[in-house]
Design a binder for this molecule. Structure first.
Ligand code: GRG
Length: 306
C-alpha cells in the first residue's frame, strides 16, 4: 500500500473512531434514575481506549456497500457495547480474574465485583435499546436478531463457556476444538459487525457473501494473533496481563501448533480474508477508501502489537 493511500486510510479510521467515541459518550448520558456509580462504571469501561475494531467494521462495511454512515453509528455503538460487556465479565474473578484491561485497572478492581457485573448487564441491555431505535422497524428487528444470535448461547457465550470449562481437559483438545471455540468466542462478533454494516447499507447478496467470508477469516485470524500476543507481546503495549493461556492451561494456537505453526496459520487465514475482498476489486464500488481500510486492517493484524 503506497504512503498516500496509507495516510488517507489512517485519517479515515481516525474519523470513524472520533464519530464512534462521540456517539458512545452521548449514548451513556443517563437520566437521574441511573445510579451515579453504575453510570461511572459503564463509562469507565466503555469509553476507555479500545481499538474500536468492531464498530469500525460496521461503518466501513456499510460505506463499502454504499450505505449512510450516520445510520450505521447506533449499530456500531451497539456492537462495541456488547464487546465492552463481554470484556468486563471476562475479567471477573469467576472467569479470567484479570486486573488490567485497556491499560487500566479492570472494572471490578476500579469499582467492585457487583458494580462490574451490573455495568456489564446494563451494557448488554443498552446495546439492544440502540438497535431498537433504528428505523425502519424492519431494520431494527433484523439487526436485533443478528446481534442476539452472535452474543448468545451458541456463539459468544457458548464459546466462552467451552473456553472456561475445557481448560481443565487440555489433553483431549484438538486444533478443530480450539477453532470451534475461537470462531464463537471471538469470531462471531467480528463477523456480525460486517453483516450489520451490510444490513444498514441494504447491501446486495454478493456484497454480503463476500464480507461475511471476510469476517469469518478475519475473526479467526484475530484470535490466533491474540493467542500469539499472549506469548510474545509486551504487557505495556497490549494493555493487559499476558502469558495467561499457559498459566491457566488454556487451549491456544501456539500451545497446539507452536509459535511458528500459529504464525503460519495466522498468515494463511489472513490470506483467505484478503482473498474474500477480491469481489470488490471487480465491482463498481462506491467507496474505495473503505476497501483500502479493510486491506490495511488485514496488514495491521499480521503485524499486530496490541
Ligand atoms: C464473558 C460472555 C463473555 C464472553 C467473553 C471477550 C471474551 C468473551 C473474552 C475475552 C478474552 C479474550 C482476550 C479474547 C480474545 C479476543 C478479544 C475479544 C480480545 C479483546 O478485543 P480487542 O483486542 O480489545 O479488540 P479492545 O480493548 O481493543 O477493544
Amino acid at each position: 500500500m503506497d504512503k498516500k493511500i496509507s495516510l488517507i486510510v489512517s485519517q479515515y479510521k481516525d474519523e470513524l473512531c472520533c464519530a464512534i467515541n462521540a456517539a458512545l459518550d452521548a449514548a451513556t448520558q443517563f437520566d437521574a434514575d441511573c445510579p451515579v456509580r453504575l453510570c461511572e462504571a459503564i463509562r469507565y469501561s466503555l469509553l476507555a481506549s479500545g481499538k474500536r475494531l468492531r464498530p469500525i467494521f460496521v461503518l466501513t462495511a456499510c460505506e463499502l456497500c454504499g450505505g449512510d454512515r450516520q445510520q450505521a453509528i447506533p449499530v456500531a455503538c451497539a456492537v462495541e457495547m456488547i464487546h465492552a460487556y463481554s470484556l468486563i465479565h471476562d475479567d471477573l474473578p469467576a472467569m479470567d480474574n484479570d486486573d488490567l484491561r485497556r491499560g487500566l485497572p479492570t472494572c471490578h478492581k476500579k469499582f467492585d465485583e457487583s458494580t462490574a457485573i451490573l455495568a456489564g448487564d446494563a451494557l448488554l441491555a443498552l446495546a439492544f435499546e440502540m438497535l431498537g431505535n433504528l428505523t425502519p422497524p424492519e431494520l431494527a428487528g433484523r439487526c436485533c436478531k443478528e446481534l442476539a444470535v452472535a452474543a448468545g448461547p451458541c456463539q459468544l457465550v457458548g464459546g466462552q463457556m467451552d473456553d472456561v470449562y475445557r481448560a481443565d481437559s487440555l489433553e483431549s483438545g484438538s486444533i478443530q476444538s480450539i477453532e470451534h471455540i475461537h470462531r464463537r468466542k471471538t469470531g462471531a462478533l467480528i463477523r456480525t459487525s460486517l453483516r450489520l454494516g451490510c444490513f444498514v447499507a441494504g447491501a446486495s447478496e454478493k456484497q454480503q457473501i463476500a464480507l461475511d467470508e471476510f469476517g469469518i477469516h478475519f475473526g479467526l485470524a484475530f484470535q490466533i494473533t491474540d493467542d500469539l500476543l499472549d506469548v510474545l507481546g509486551n504487557e505495556q503495549t497490549v494493555g493487559k496481563r499476558l502469558h495467561k493461556d499457559m498459566e491457566n492451561d488454556k487451549w491456544s494456537y501456539p500451545r497446539f501448533l507452536g509459535v511458528d505453526g500459529a504464525r503460519r496459520e495466522a498468515k494463511r487465514t489472513l490470506e483467505l480474508a484478503e482473498h474474500s475482498l477480491d469481489f470488490f476489486r471487480n465491482d463498481n464500488i462506491p467507496n474505495h477508501i473503505a476497501l483500502e481500510t479493510f486491506y490495511s486492517m488485514v496488514k495491521h493484524l499480521a503485524e499486530r502489537e496490541k
